[in-house]
Structure formats: C-alpha cells, structure tokens
Design a protein around this ligand. Structure first.
Ligand SMILES: C[S@@+](CC[C@H](N)C(=O)[O-])C[C@H]1O[C@@H](n2cnc3c(N)ncnc32)[C@H](O)[C@@H]1O
Length: 275
C-alpha cells in the first residue's frame, strides 16, 4: 500500500483513504482523479479509511465491520433536522440579508455554508482537501435534485483549493470582495466532545490540524467588506500568530456570540449599510 501526503496545508500526514469502487465507474474515475488506491473490497487494517458508495452517497468511513456510521454530505437531512431558534451563526454574521456575499474559507462538509445559504446568503465555499471537496461536490449534486433544498444549494459554489489564494484574488478589487468571510479551521481534538468522538474523529484523522489559521484570518481581514466571523470551541483561545501580530487591535475580535458548544468571534470591518 502506498503512503502519500495529500496536497493540503494541514500539518498531519495520514494514510490516504482507499476507494472501494466495486465496479462503479464514477468511483474508479474519482480514484484516478485523486490518485488514490482503488480496491474491490474492504481490508482488515483497523484504521484504514475508505471512500465508497453508501446508500447512493459518496461516503468516508472505516470498513463496515467497524460498525461506525460513515461521513457524507446530506443537506436534505440537515434541512429536515434543523433546530430553529438557536441561530448563533445568524447573529454573528449580522442578521438575515438577502444577497449577502459570503466566502466560507473552510468549507469542510458544508454544514455552515448551507446554514448561511438558508439565511439568504450567496456562499462561495473554499476547501483544499481533495477528499473533503469530493464529498462536498457529491452532496451538492444530490441536493440539487431535492426541491426542498435545491433553492439553497443553487446559491452555493465550491472553490477547490486554498482559501488564502482565493481571498488574495479579491485584493484591490472592491466589486470582488465578499461582505463576510467565515472561518472555521480544524481545532485539535480534545477527545472530550461526543461529536468529536463519533463522526468528527474520522474527519480529524483525514484532515489533521490547520496550522496556518493565523495566515488565513489575516487574508480574510484584508478583504472582507463588513466582517469576519471565526468559529471556535467555547473556551478556545482566539486565533493568534505571526500573521496577526502586525495588525494590532484589528487582528483581535471585538465581540463574540457564545453558546454552550460553540463561540463565534466577530471582527467587524465596516457597518452594514455603509458601502
Ligand atoms: C472544521 S472544518 C470546517 C467545517 C465546516 N464549517 C462545516 O460546517 O462542515 C475545516 C475545513 O477547512 C479546510 N481548510 C482549512 N484551511 C483551509 C484553507 N486555508 N483553504 C481551504 N480549505 C481550508 C479543511 O481542509 C477542513 O476541511
């Protein structure tokens, strides 16, 4: 078995997933496109991750014998099981505004992007991990066929690659600049959260920790027109690092919207309405 570091900016080197194609030509093509090993069956290696078709969804998971639910993107399910009234993210972005232009610099499985789209925003999602981007692409495709959510995902587009590079293309071009940049980098797994223990463990194993979050936040602060919002665990320190020290007070949040499980640090740039 080959060991490769997938081309991302994250720090951890992990064994790449294998694709179990079982004769599915789309999965064969995905394995080729991502330069992943393609196999016809699951092996006995304990922590080997696989990309495979689970009930029509491109999924990432351990072998079925591990009896763990795989990870896949399902916006229809997210819409059906949404919790109303706990909309901290909505508060953090400054309220509902039709046509708000958001760059989600750390798309991941697209859950926050989808929420933003349900609030009326147009969301450009950036995702640099090719396997995560493949899961997201598959989820967007399926959601486009579901009339309940198709209108929301129509407002979501995916940029596969570095958000820092994408944001730098907005520099000096006011009409390209997003109203809001949203940042939710991987945070080290404390091992305490139930969520991290279950589904997110797979994700942490695949993606690792994002070590360049300070450079990403600095790039976001340089281009956002109205605000930058950063998602953190409630007791986590604010994002800090060499790229932010030079910015002084601008590199620190002015306020936070805090819930039981999450905190949104808000970096206001300019009040909404002042263009
Ligand atoms: C914690 S996850 C985001 C979860 C997401 N908010 C959601 O709702 O599903 C962070 C993701 O951001 C991606 N990422 C981190 N830094 C990035 C960067 N500079 N450019 C593009 N993607 C990045 C990682 O690969 C990872 O998939």
């Amino acid at each position: 078995m080959t060991r490769k570091k997938m081309a991302t900016g994250a720090s951890t080197v992990v064994r790449p997933p294998q694709v179990v194609s079982q004769g599915n030509p789309q999965l064969d093509a995905l394995a080729r496109a991502l330069s992943l090993e393609c196999t016809t069956q699951f092996s006995a290696v304990a922590d080997q991750q696989y990309l495979y078709d689970y009930q029509g969804c491109l999924s990432l998971g351990l072998a079925p014998s591990a009896r763990e639910h795989p990870v896949y993107v399902d916006f229809s399910q997210q819409w059906r099981t949404r919790h109303r009234g706990k909309e901290l993210l909505l508060k953090a972005i400054g309220g509902r505004r039709e046509g708000l232009r958001v760059i989600d610099a750390t798309a991941g499985l697209g859950r926050d992007s989808f929420l933003l789209a349900t609030y009326g925003a147009s969301v450009e999602m950036c995702e640099r991990h090719p396997v995560v981007a493949a899961l997201l692409t598959d989820g967007l495709k399926r959601a486009a066929q579901d009339p309940d959510v198709a209108g929301f995902v129509q407002r979501m587009t995916l940029h596969e690659g570095s958000a820092i590079e994408r944001l730098s293309r907005c520099l000096g071009s006011a009409d390209q600049a997003p109203d809001v940049v949203y940042v939710d980098p991987m945070f080290p797994d404390s091992g305490k959260s139930v969520l991290v223990k279950k589904e997110m463990r797979l994700f942490h194993h695949l993606v690792g920790k994002d070590d360049d979050d300070d450079a990403l936040l600095a790039a976001a602060l340089a281009v956002a027109r109205h605000r930058v919002v950063v998602k953190r665990p409630p007791k986590a320190p604010i994002i800090d690092g060499p790229a932010l020290s030079a910015l002084g007070a601008r590199g620190r949040p002015q306020f936070a919207v805090t819930g039981k499980a999450v905190r949104f640090d808000v970096y206001p740039i300019k009040a909404f309405g002042n263009n």
